[in-house]
Write a protein that binds this ligand. Structure first.
Ligand code: FHN
Length: 584
């Protein structure tokens, strides 16, 4: 009897926790879900060398120069005397972020080099010991709040400088026997108390550097609880306890600590269903300033990343790496201003939206959504404007009430069809970056998964537009082809139905630029598998149909998958469609 009662009490406690966690967490996460777009700032002593050390270029991202340059703490410390960001202007930074449409900032209070951008009472490895004692955290908190942005602190657990941090780097000859990691955790908690209690309400803690053997899930929960006790409303990422790749989160209680996921330099192809998440990405290739990194992403790519994240229910945390003088690099400023012009016109399609209803990304763009009084509003983001003015929302089952362009309100034709909902848009593309079409629907909407069905002659057409893409490969040419197949692990697939068992020839319409020949791919269907080595076709947009073999198919449901076998260059091929033709 006692056991049953104990189990009942435990169950009720867990339910209460999860129920409380659900409601309380929703309240804490509300601003994050509304924001969708934030500024990441990586700034510190590493901006001074800017990727070069003692005249030698050091590979890797700017903020890793101490490690990658094999620099000892003693040799790195003189940078402290060089810290003098005379051009630092937090107000200017905050205006750049606000104008871009960003709603929060996350700045490095301390990166892996252990140097604190605030004057710490427990360390002199901080700005308080430099020629320029400006308390960066105070400036940032004041200026960004004044622009209406929320405040996030990045804080690294990994610390290459502190004598108690373990494990030691190979170049660090300080005896590890003198280190006491528990004493380091006391120091870590003391600094967290400083940055959580000195600067008003901090909305987000962004932990990092959690992957080393000295850290673990339990220490993560302990640190999470320490911070939540100091600042109950603060949301904390899933790197606090090593859960970076395992979104257990608080809701499930038994997993890693953390309130949201943190995919890095990527946008998960299917999002992270059921949890909050944020993709952090650089604008070039480095987080911390490198004077030689000119590889800036285009405004188009940056806007499309933002839309892609929102369409999958996530946020986009876009990084800037200020110079040692304290300026955001001009190419970053220009790109953020351009993003802001798009956001000024289209933020309703991003801010506070949720995942769209589609089971896979639209081949010509993305879809975000928001509930309305009597149904749902879909924001159809068109990256690739149709020359014929026709757009298919494949598989959409809905009761359309009307459609119009978000910017300017031009009416858009809507028709229900056997294969979904069709839109008739103006022939001339209104916004080359991303034109948003609003489709208002009454009641609920759903989407039927597309299935290839045999034509009258028994052949089965698998068009690029209906392919399910797994990885970072993507549609091009208004969805009529698939390209950017640069990751050998990426695949594409189609579900299909075969009415009549038999032998089918497999025909692949593809393009291979001469600079990328020599690859091999495989087509798997049912129990069969065919491999093929596509000859070059002359260019990425010169198409050829290869008959690569035959497969025996039983009647019924199948999944055809195309994968990469060998990839000697960046990409193997682009694909426009696959056709299965029944053999007599
Ligand atoms: O090592 C860091 C890196 O320097 C940078 O801060 C990124 C940003 O998320 N986080 C770590 C790598 O995952």
């Amino acid at each position: 009897m006692k056991t049953a009662l104990a189990l009942l009490l435990l169950g009720l406690t867990l339910v209460a926790q999860s129920a409380e966690a659900g409601a309380a967490k929703d309240q804490r996460m509300a601003w994050f879900r509304e924001a969708r777009f934030g500024m990441f700032i990586h700034w510190g002593l590493y901006a001074i060398p800017a990727g070069t050390w003692q005249g030698k270029e050091i590979s890797g991202t700017g903020e890793w120069i101490m490690r990658n340059g094999k620099i000892t703490p003693a040799d790195y410390e003189p940078l402290r005397e060089q810290w003098n960001p005379v051009k630092f202007d937090a107000k200017a930074w905050a205006k750049v972020a606000k104008a871009a449409g960003m709603k929060y900032v996350v700045i490095t209070t301390k990166h892996h080099d252990g140097f604190a951008l605030f004057d710490s009472a427990v360390s002199d490895w901080d700005v308080g010991s430099t020629p320029n004692k400006t308390d960066i955290m105070m400036e940032i908190a004041t200026a960004f709040r004044a622009e209406g942005l929320r405040i996030g602190w990045y804080h690294s657990i990994l610390d290459w400088h502190h004598p108690d941090y373990l494990p030691r780097r190979d170049v660090d000859k300080r005896p590890a026997s003198e280190a006491d990691f528990d004493r380091f955790v006391v120091y870590l908690k003391a600094q967290l108390q400083e940055i959580l209690t000195r600067y008003g309400t901090i909305d987000m803690l962004w932990f990092d550097g959690e992957w080393e053997s000295s850290w673990n899930r339990e220490r993560g929960w302990d640190l999470y609880n320490h911070c939540r006790a100091l600042s109950p409303s603060t949301i904390i990422n899933n790197r606090v306890g090593g859960g970076r790749n395992d979104m257990q989160g608080l809701d499930k209680g038994a997993g890693f600590a953390g309130d949201f996921g943190t995919p890095e330099q990527e946008i998960p192809s299917g999002g992270l269903p059921g949890v909050d998440w944020e993709s952090c990405m650089t604008m070039n290739n480095t987080w911390g300033w490198r004077s030689d990194d000119k590889n800036w992403k285009s405004v188009e790519e940056l806007v499309h990343n933002l839309v892609d994240c929102a369409s999958k229910g996530g946020n986009y945390l876009l990084n800037v790496g200020p110079t040692p003088e304290g300026e955001i690099p001009q190419p970053s400023v220009e790109r953020l201003a351009a993003m802001g012009q798009w956001m000024d016109r289209n933020s309703a399609s991003i801010r506070g939206t949720t995942v769209g209803p589609f089971l896979k990304p639209l081949p010509y763009g993305r879809c975000t959504a928001r509930k309305t009084e009597n149904g749902i509003r879909l924001y159809v983001h068109v990256f690739d404007w149709p020359v014929d003015g026709k757009l298919l929302l494949s598989g959409l089952q809905a009761t359309p009430q009307g459609a119009h362009l978000l910017v300017g309100g031009t009416p858009v034709g809507v028709a229900i069809s056997a294969d979904g909902v069709r839109l008739a848009v103006p022939k001339v593309c209104p916004d080359a970056l991303d034109t948003v079409v609003v489709l208002d629907c009454v009641g609920t909407v759903s989407v039927k998964r597309w299935h290839a069905a045999p034509a009258a002659d028994g052949s089965v057409l698998l068009p690029a537009a209906e392919a399910e893409l797994h990885g970072s490969l993507r549609h091009e040419n208004s969805g009529t082809s698939i390209g950017f197949w640069t990751n050998a692990k990426d695949t594409l697939s189609w579900p299909l139905r075969v009415e009549k068992a038999g032998r089918y020839s497999v025909e692949v319409e593809l393009a291979v630029d001469p600079s990328h020949g020599g690859g091999e791919y495989a087509v798997a269907l049912g129990v069969g598998r065919i491999t093929a080595k596509p000859e070059t076709t002359g260019a990425w947009n010169q198409w050829r149909t290869d008959v690569i073999g035959t497969l025996e198919l039983s009647a019924g449901e199948h999944e055809l998958t195309v994968s990469i076998v060998t990839k000697p260059h960046a990409a193997v091929m682009n694909v426009r469609r696959i056709v299965l033709k029944p053999l007599p």
